[in-house]
Design a protein around this ligand. Structure first.
Ligand code: F6P
Length: 547
């Protein structure tokens, strides 16, 4: 059954939210805090190792009630059950969307076209377990009998960003294997990666759902040629494995049928790290940790599926995001993990969020008249504080920000960790309260600044505050909590797509550029520039003349 197709602007809740916004946008959060000593008590959710405090938002109970009313009117409950039940909710590609099945327990029954997919999922998981255990233990060896020391993941987009983010995030849990990532078709990327590698001890994992992606096939081809300078054709089988739905293309590329880890068209690329696309993760941290990642995601799935919406973390975060995006006109959202391990989280979620919800046509085929999509960006704190936080504090744009932090450090360095987390708390407090003119004046008085000088400087030193933040405080960064965190954001994306009445699981917008690049490459190869706009022709001619 398809997803409901309700234009959110036609709901009563939407109209009421608009009216409510007109009133609330004049009330500073500080006032809301001063009026209610229990605000944080009211506006937080504790779940497993997660504490989500969303009290530092420009909301009241009425805002939440109206947003919850919106979920009823757009039939979110119904949409969630279709999502988990394997209905073909990716309607433009006629596919189910079942990354949740990849982390379901073995006893689950999830049907796609009348067939339970869970046994297949577990067959592939067992294959991942067997393969990765052999590589890690050193019983699977390279063509000269040496054990593997390095792994190269060759993929792009969802076949790169997820594994790369998780391998980095779980560095603390990793084993002796060095895992590298090659994604860009830029030859300098692949050549930089292979220049220090030993073909005798390196395993290559070619990851491409379609196995038609130019970047991945070019990189795989370049690496195979490089490998064949040392090994023979029959040695390729020992060093190259593939993850794909396109078994025919993988075999044509020359990868042994035994070395193919299948995936399915009901797994979207940007949600695929839970499948064999996560092979590099399982190699880096071992299968048990990979499995824990999946378990953490499954726990978040259960929370999302079965918790009342007012206590449901992905739903509440999605609603707050809609509140700012559609009623305050916020253009972007920042994501600031207070963990250096999570330095790839924002780029990873950029694909998840922006490829999914960057759509201007609704599920009825009409152009939307409201803003969809969220622009996500961010870097770990505290680095980001010394880079772009100035604009969040004193710029002209409203940038709702998620702070993600951990109670415990992994290396036990409490001195650093307390400093790190004091910055986390200080920033959210500063963004809420800002600094008033009288506070600035008191500082000037203390420093003995002359009244003339104080008058001049004061406007620059005042912070308005009233900048919304969510604080996501997690006990510890572990495979399990990471799995829950990623799944949280996946479901947030889904909820927003449902509300905006768009199809979140296709990505037609990336096709045009790919098509044009293919024909332009022919022109570059032949040296004959075809028909283009004058700028593109001019640039191509200049490139050909100079190269
Ligand atoms: O960028 C478009 C896209 O199709 C992504 O959705 C996908 O993650 C990426 O390309 C890679 O695709 P594939 O895994 O098929 O090589």
């Amino acid at each position: 059954m398809p997803l409901p197709k309700i234009n959110p602007e036609t709901t009563a809740a939407w109209q009421e939210l608009q009216h409510h916004h007109g009133h609330l946008c004049h009330i500073p959060m500080k006032k809301l805090f001063s009026e209610d000593a229990n605000r944080a008590e009211k506006f937080h959710i504790s779940w497993n190792d997660f504490l989500v405090d969303y009290s530092k938002n420009i909301i009241t109970q009425e805002t939440l009630d109206l947003l919850l009313k919106l979920t009823e009117e757009v039939q979110l409950k119904d949409a969630i059950s279709k999502y988990f039940n394997g209905d073909a909710i990716n309607a433009t590609e006629k596919r189910a969307v079942l990354h949740t099945a990849l982390r379901a327990p073995e006893s689950a029954v999830i049907n796609v076209d009348g067939e339970n997919v869970v046994p297949e999922v577990y067959a592939v998981k067992n294959k991942i377990k067997a393969f990765t255990s052999e590589v890690i233990a050193g019983t699977r060896k390279g063509f000269t009998g040496k054990t593997f020391t390095d792994v190269v993941n060759i993929g792009i987009g969802g076949s790169d960003l997820g594994p790369a983010m998780v391998v980095e995030a779980l560095k603390f849990y990793k084993n002796h294997l060095n895992v590298h990532f090659v994604s860009n078709v830029d030859g300098d990327h692949v050549n930089e990666v292979i220049k220090n590698l030993d073909p005798e001890t390196t395993l290559f994992v070619v990851v491409s759902k379609t196995f038609t992606t130019q970047e991945t096939l070019s990189n795989a081809e370049t690496i195979r040629k490089w490998f064949l300078k040392s090994g023979k054709q029959e040695d390729v089988a020992k060093h190259f494995v593939a993850v794909s739905t396109n078994i025919k293309k993988v075999t044509e590329f020359g990868i042994d049928a035994d070395n193919i880890f299948p995936m399915w068209d009901w797994v979207g690329g940007r949600f695929s790290l839970w499948s064999a696309v996560g092979l590099s993760i399982a190699l880096a941290v071992g299968f048990e940790n990979f499995d824990d990642l999946l378990k953490g995601a499954n726990e978040m799935d259960e929370h999302f599926k079965s918790t009342e919406f007012n206590q449901n973390i992905p739903v509440v975060l999605a609603l707050l995001s809609v509140w700012y995006n559609n009623f305050f006109g916020a253009e972007t959202e920042a994501l600031i993990p207070y963990s250096q391990y999570l330095n790839r989280l924002a780029p990873y979620l950029q694909q998840g969020t922006m490829e999914s919800n960057g759509k201007y046509v609704d599920r009825n085929g009409n152009v939307v008249e409201y803003q969809t999509g969220t622009i996500i960006w961010g870097e770990p704190g505290t680095n980001s504080q010394h880079a772009f936080f100035q604009l969040i504090h004193q710029g002209t744009k409203l940038i709702p920000t998620d702070f993600i932090g951990f109670v415990k450090p992994l290396h036990g360095d409490w001195d650093h960790h307390d400093k790190l987390m004091s910055n986390f708390f200080a920033q959210t407090e500063a963004l809420l309260n800002g600094k008033t003119g009288s506070q600035v004046q008191a500082e000037f008085d203390k420093m003995g600044v002359s009244s003339e000088e104080a008058k001049k400087l004061k406007p620059f030193k005042v912070f308005e505050g009233n900048k919304p933040t969510n604080s996501i405080l997690i006990d510890k960064l572990s495979p399990k909590t990471l799995g829950s965190l990623i799944a949280l954001y996946e479901h947030k994306i889904f909820v927003q797509g449902v509300i905006w009445n768009i199809y979140s699981f296709d990505q037609w917008g990336v096709e045009l550029g790919k098509q044009l690049a293919t024909s332009i490459l022919d022109e570059i190869n032949s040296g004959k520039v075809g028909n283009h706009d004058s700028s593109t022709s001019f640039l191509l001619k200049a490139f050909l003349a100079k190269k």
